[in-house]
Design a protein around this ligand. Structure first.
Ligand SMILES: *Cc1c(COP(=O)(O)O)cnc(C)c1O
Length: 399
């Protein structure tokens, strides 16, 4: 009988006991709003902001309601508004162009290369007239960050990093999120810290931090933040910035704080799991793994690969064959988006774009979640099944 896999691709690791205890303490006190504090009490959200800023190595951190809200607030805090052109790579998730659209700004999509990273030549070509690059480090693949930052500098682009998949990753020893003006993180369940929903915005710029704080909905209580700038930074921001009501609440912060000290260990576990799957897929006929540049330390919370010679129907058969054996693959070439996977043709709100190279790459790109409930042995088993189904699909046989 053909080998099958029984694990769940959507089951995240259990939360630490401290997260339960901290959540119960918050619930017991009923002070769930971040500014509902007793006396001089600091509160869970301010404590998370201080701890995350220190961990990330940035001066300021503002906790918000989601990663998408972090991006929208970051763009506004950088002065981006209606009609401005904002660049972003075309391989990303819909909240990225969604954040740009929410401002009434114009999305200018940049091609990706076969390495799944933003195409730096196309970025350079599309930069004139654009105000910012919202760089989506989609699925954790880091481009040459020094070269990218130099292009942004030369073109006068504000650089905002979408680090939803790179929290904890580094490029040449520098933490992802520390290359641009602002970095945005998500603490949604499928990312590297899990509070269901949530976002973190980091910057060294006191003006951006002040504007982001007021935009998040600080009700003139910006002094109660954990890693905010000096009070004078709020002078203009507190009257000029609209309140977008995108705060994080105490319950989520309480759940997140005990996870942060465990992130380093979790990254090591993800590396072992990713390594096992990648090793198992290496040299599989027809399958291409993205390159792993020596400067990159990725967080292996998912894996991608291409099968460039597959037709659409072969891609469909391959996904169905893997699914029948318990391995859940997503395919970026699907004509209609499914679940969390989508391509630029389904972002009608962002306008129509001609991206022949990106389309050709996404047409045979597969994606798989690697939750930490899987062991490296699971990874090896998953890779064996993928190889087997791949071989059968290539031979035109049923999985
Ligand atoms: C999840 C995700 C986001 C946004 O996160 P939410 O917290 O769900 O709003 C942004 N960019 C990418 C690439 C993501 O995968």
């Amino acid at each position: 009988m053909a080998e099958t896999f029984a694990g769940s691709f959507t089951q995240q690791a259990p939360l630490p006991q401290e997260a339960f205890d901290a959540a119960m303490a918050v619930l017991g006190g009923a002070r769930l709003h971040r500014y509902n504090l007793a006396g001089d009490e600091r509160g869970e959200v301010a404590a998370l902001e201080a701890e995350y800023a220190a961990w990330q190595g940035r001066a300021h951190c503002v906790a918000v309601a989601s990663g998408g809200q972090a991006m929208q607030i970051a763009l506004r805090a950088c002065g981006i508004g209606s009609g401005d052109a904002v660049l972003t790579n075309a391989f990303t998730l819909s909240p990225v162009p969604g954040a740009i659209a929410a401002l009434g700004a114009r999305t200018r999509l940049v091609e990706i290369g076969e390495d799944l990273r933003i195409d730096l030549a196309d970025l350079r070509a599309k930069s004139p007239g654009a105000r910012a690059l919202l760089l989506s480090l989609m699925r954790g693949h880091l481009p040459d960050m020094e070269a990218l930052a130099a292009i942004c500098d030369a073109a006068g682009l504000i650089l905002i990093e979408d680090c939803a998949h790179t929290m904890g990753a580094t490029w040449n020893g520098t933490r992802s999120g520390n290359f641009g003006h602002v970095a945005c993180f998500s603490t949604q369940t499928y990312k590297h810290l899990n509070s269901g929903e949530g976002g973190l915005l980091c910057t060294d710029d006191p003006g951006i931090a002040a504007r982001a704080t007021v935009l998040s909905g600080s009700y003139m209580l910006f002094g109660r933040h954990g890693a905010g700038p000096e009070p004078d930074a709020f002078e203009a921001a507190c009257l000029d910035m609209p309140n977008l009501s995108a705060r994080m609440d105490a319950l989520r912060a309480a759940i997140l704080r005990p996870q942060l000290p465990r992130l380093k260990d979790n990254i090591a576990r993800w590396a072992a799991l990713y390594g096992a799957v990648a090793q198992g897929l290496r040299d599989a006929p027809g399958l291409v793994l993205p390159p792993a540049p020596p400067a990159e330390r990725r967080v292996g919370s998912s894996i991608q690969f291409r099968v460039p010679d597959f037709s659409d129907s072969a891609c469909e058969a391959f996904v169905a064959g893997c699914s029948a054996r318990g391995v859940e693959l997503k395919w970026f070439g699907r004509a209609r988006p499914l679940g969390f996977t989508s391509a630029h043709r389904s972002w009608r709100f962002a306008g129509a774009h001609a991206l022949p190279r990106t389309d050709a790459i996404l047409a045979t790109l597969f994606d798989m979640r690697l939750p930490l409930t899987f062991t490296p042995e699971d990874g090896t088993c998953i890779a064996r099944i993928i190889r087997d189904v791949l071989g059968r699909t290539r031979a035109g046989r049923a999985a």
